[in-house]
Design a protein around this ligand. Structure first.
Ligand code: ZN
Length: 439
């Protein structure tokens, strides 16, 4: 790829530069054409960035979009649980195929997923989403979620969608042992991910943290998302969500937490001191009226922040690149126009996400030796009227995706998927939706 505007995220931007790939690694990033032997792609009119990293998702929710469209988080969850209780492996595979295809088309090369509903006798749901990710061709970090505190124990979910603590620990360990690949160019890493303070026991949180640290994998959960959650934590545990998480051993450089909207000044300082990451999901926070996360303040404190789309149940049909814009707008609405620049938002969407996943040495920026995860955006045509290509990417409607390369392989070319058919992926999502609502 040459003759393009290259934004490596680390180091200076290169107005007329190249990115060369050898195998699954970046071989060279620099000014002018590449001097070595290579197949050449003309990047004239294009902006080249690292592939985007999605740090929070619930792929299965593709099949349950549009529930409680005006509800709070708790109202939406209570309406959704009985629907989710009916999902099976076929629903998960179809929903994950559609969701991952949509992510790829919005420039995402690495995605997490947080799957925490495992109704009994419905097939291997975790395997179903892993298969979908391999088919679409994205780097995948599925998080083995869980819930063990149903309504009878003071939790929010109905008892029929929760598992026992012993089942959860055994299944989570089995998933890590079966699928987790710790190697540098890993396409699949598993994290341990009990769902949230209002659906999980303190015992599970503690034992899950110990398990993850034994297995040397990362920890993920939801935290500090809404004021209802604050009330729940004060009432049940006598403290706020982040204090509660810390009391359970859940702050640290191996932890990233979805949302972190309602943080105190002390929480922000603790996130920065402990290296705890945040998966910022601005559209979901807006859809559920959760609030505006204190992202600019987290960044200023030196904390790690990545971007996430959250599940399509609470942020319908959201492209990851669009969250760059959404994050900027929400920070500016709260803190003023200098609160978050397009470059800072792009860094969150790439290197910030890689840091959340502990992969900042492998992905998240365009540097020789790193993995070849690259997004190429068309910033000519109507986008050429913005002189700054990063403004063209961040401020308005997201420009077309000319190419997405994951691990050296082209997954999207000229806006079309090359791995699975885009049409088939959309149809799989629609079938999953119909199956879930019918069953
Ligand atoms: Zn979530």
């Amino acid at each position: 790829m040459e003759n393009a505007y290259v934004a490596p995220v680390v180091g200076a931007e290169i107005p007329d530069g190249h990115v060369a790939i050898e195998g699954n690694r970046i071989a060279s990033v620099g000014a002018g054409p590449y001097q070595g032997e290579a197949d050449r792609i003309d990047g004239r009119g294009c902006l080249v960035t690292p592939g985007l990293v999605n740090t929070h998702h619930h792929l299965y929710q593709w099949a349950s979009q549009g529930i409680a469209p005006d509800g709070t988080l708790f109202e939406w969850l209570v309406a959704s649980y009985p629907v989710w209780a009916r999902m099976d492996a076929e629903v998960v595979h179809g929903a994950a195929t559609a969701g991952l295809a949509w992510l790829a088309l919005s420039g995402c090369s690495t995605s997490t997923d947080h799957h925490y509903v495992f109704p009994k006798g419905r097939g291997d749901l975790f395997a179903a989403e892993i298969q979908a990710a391999a088919e679409v061709g994205l780097r995948f970090h599925p998080c083995r979620g869980s819930m063990d505190r149903g309504r009878s124990l003071g939790g929010l979910p109905p008892d029929e969608v929760v598992e026992t603590l012993d089942e959860i620990l055994a299944e989570t360990e089995a998933a890590v042992r079966k699928y987790h690949d710790p190697l540098f160019d890993s396409m699949l890493r598993v994290a341990v991910a009990p769902c949230s303070p209002f659906s999980v026991s303190g015992d599970l949180m503690r034992q899950a943290a110990a398990l993850a640290r034994d297995l040397n994998v990362r920890l993920h959960t939801h935290g500090a998302e809404t004021l209802d959650e604050d009330d729940h934590c004060k009432e049940q545990f006598g403290m706020l969500p982040v204090e509660y998480l810390e009391s359970l051993g859940w702050l640290g450089p191996d932890v990233w937490i979805a949302h972190s909207v309602h943080l105190t000044d002390a929480d922000i300082a603790r996130f920065a001191e402990t290296g705890t990451g945040t998966a910022h999901c601005p559209s979901s926070n807006g859809r559920l009226g959760a609030g505006i996360a204190r992202v600019s303040e987290l960044l200023r404190a030196g904390a790690t922040v990545g971007l996430g789309v959250d599940g399509p149940g609470s942020a319908e049909f959201i492209p990851l690149a669009g969250e760059i814009r959404q994050a900027m707008l929400m920070q500016r609405a709260r803190y003023g126009p200098q609160a978050l620049t397009a470059r800072q938002a792009l860094e969150m969407a790439t290197l910030g996400g890689a840091r959340c996943l502990g992969r900042e040495n492998e992905i998240g920026s365009l540097e020789p030796g790193k993995l070849a995860d690259v997004a190429v955006w068309r910033v000519d045509g109507p986008y050429a009227a913005a002189a700054d290509p990063i403004v063209a990417l961040g401020y308005g409607q997201t420009p077309p995706l000319a190419r997405l390369i994951v691990n050296g392989v082209t997954v999207v070319e000229d806006g079309d998927l090359r791995t699975v058919s885009g049409e088939a992926a959309g149809a799989a999502g629609a079938r999953a939706h119909a199956r879930l609502l019918r069953s």
